[in-house]
Design a protein around this ligand. Structure first.
Ligand code: NAD
Length: 462
């Protein structure tokens, strides 16, 4: 059933990681909740077109790499045969399981789930249009906006079968012989790695002078060294000045930092140059809600907008556009809506790039410390000194601790290497608990594991 209720205590607009987490928390706290999203079940971009399908495909890429590299340790496989239909079905089964689970939880918590889109008529009323084309008005006491973000396109360029964004790439319609990835950020490198493993000749073009702008260069070097063996080329300080679809190819004109132009042809082009918040077409002009110049909704520490009873969370409420930041904000907004004392004040929000190797960091980075003139000292432990990395045949990583220059206080932690995304959780907890280098040094880490690289790095501080 897809009925628009006339009234609700709390309406949540958007059922991604922000929206569904807020809805579950608010329902647990006793509020009557209406959750609105066009998809058949909660999940949002993260589950349907983002984090989850990309991680499923990155797992496939990892398997392919491992079969290729294991000959070096005496285990030989013939070239893997990719059954693309089965890969796509498996990825879709993963999505279905997860979104199905969220749907069941929504039912159990007696949420009203409406498949549709909304516009604010005023600061207490939404006009709701269902996917069945029915329209109705919903009166609410409080609202949480969680409409997320969407991929940016190059100006004047339309997505098509050959010019795709992350959504198109995750559909996995086919494996192009040659793929140009525009943007050497999170999405470009993750999805570029997937297509390279599936057999595409991948070129990456990045406008700035390094991959993953903003990330510490010593971590990026670990990734770049390996990536260079997997992709055909990485072109830095290079811009796309023209994209033209021709019969069966896309003709691309690239310009380097000297202004020299060069034309190339690719079977497909993936645009991964960032995302923008979905703050348009919501009728926000009918409320007092304010936007930043980048289109994010301005919020306070409780995620309240300029309309105190309307909250905003997740990608629409500002950077970093990460699902786990949305979860954190969701709980704060739901608790504040339920009258509890709550504030969004994390010491660290981890970032993970799920490439091979993974790169993960939390808290202060060396790049930020330099930009903000904060005096720090660092301890860097190269992975070749750790037993577990050698037994995995992967000693190319790096674990780095960042401490205050004049005390033993830990300010940041960063890891480049397989499993970095799991290892960083220890760093986040350490920062939340205000740990010192000595705390890490005196914590007994299991042997032989990659987590010992954190302990070893702390040992280097003495
Ligand atoms: P991004 O901001 O990470 O990277 C975009 C890259 O494109 C940048 O390096 C930028 O310099 C480059 N660029 C911009 N315009 C360009 C142009 N015209 N030509 C060449 N290069 C250009 O953005 P993204 O990779 O699209 O990801 C968007 C957001 O999604 C990220 O900010 C991140 O928050 C989120 N995300 C996170 C994960 C994760 O947590 N693992 C994965 C995917 C996406």
């Amino acid at each position: 059933m897809n009925t628009i209720p006339e009234k609700t205590q709390l309406v949540i607009i958007g059922a991604g990681p922000g929206g569904y987490a807020a809805a579950f928390r608010a329902a647990e706290l006793g509020l009557s909740v209406t959750l609105i999203d066009p998809e058949v079940r909660p999940g949002g971009v993260c589950l349907y077109r983002g984090c989850i399908p990309s991680k499923a495909l990155l797992h496939v890429a990892k398997l392919v790499s491992e079969t290729e590299e294991s000959a070096a340790i005496g285990v030989k496989f013939s070239s893997p045969k990719i059954d693309l239909d089965r890969v796509r079905d498996w990825k879709n089964e993963v999505i279905k399981k997860l979104t199905g689970g969220l749907g069941m939880r929504a039912d159990k918590l007696k949420l009203t789930y409406v498949r549709g889109t909304v516009r604010f008529k005023d600061n207490k009323t939404l006009t709701v249009k269902t996917v069945d084309d029915e329209t109705g008005e919903l009166n609410f006491d409080q609202a949480i906006l969680a409409t997320g973000s969407r991929p940016l396109m190059l100006p004047g360029v339309q997505a098509s079968a050959r010019i795709i964004d992350s959504t198109g790439a995750l559909e996995l319609a086919g494996v192009p012989k040659s793929l140009l990835v525009v943007g050497g950020g999170y999405i470009g490198l993750e999805l570029g790695s997937v297509y390279a493993a599936l057999g595409s000749k991948v070129s990456v073009v990045e406008m700035t002078d390094g991959l993953l702008p903003g990330c510490d260069r010593d971590l990026v070097s670990v990734l770049k060294r390996r990536l260079e063996k997997k992709v055909a080329e990485i072109l830095l300080s290079t811009k796309v000045v023209e994209l033209k679809e021709q019969k069966n190819v896309v003709a691309v004109t690239l310009e380097d930092k000297k202004g020299e132009r060069n034309s190339k042809r690719f079977d497909q082009v993936l645009i991964a140059i960032g995302r923008r918040p979905n703050s348009e077409n919501l009728g926000l002009e009918n409320t007092a809600i304010k936007l930043t110049d980048k289109g994010f909704i301005k919020v306070d520490g409780q995620q309240r907008t300029a309309e105190r009873h309307i909250f905003a969370i997740g990608d629409i409420a500002g950077e970093p556009m990460l699902a786990h930041k949305a979860y954190g904000e969701a709980h704060v907004a739901a608790e504040a809506a339920a009258g509890q004392k709550a504030v969004f004040d994390p010491r660290a929000i981890p970032a993970v790039v799920f490439t091979d190797p993974e790169i993960a960091w939390c808290g202060l980075t060396e790049t930020d410390a330099r930009a903000q003139n904060i005096k720090i000292r660092t301890a860097k432990f190269p992975w070749r000194g750790n037993g577990r990395t050698l037994t995995l045949g992967r000693d190319d990583g790096l674990t780095k601790l960042i401490l205050a220059a004049d005390s033993d206080r830990l300010l940041g932690i960063a890891v480049a290497g397989p499993g970095a995304g799991e290892l960083i959780a220890e760093g986040v907890l350490a920062l939340e608990m205000a740990a010192t280098g000595e705390d890490l040094r005196k914590t007994i880490h299991p042997h032989p594991t990659l987590s010992e690289t954190i302990f070893e790095a702390a040992g280097m501080l003495e």
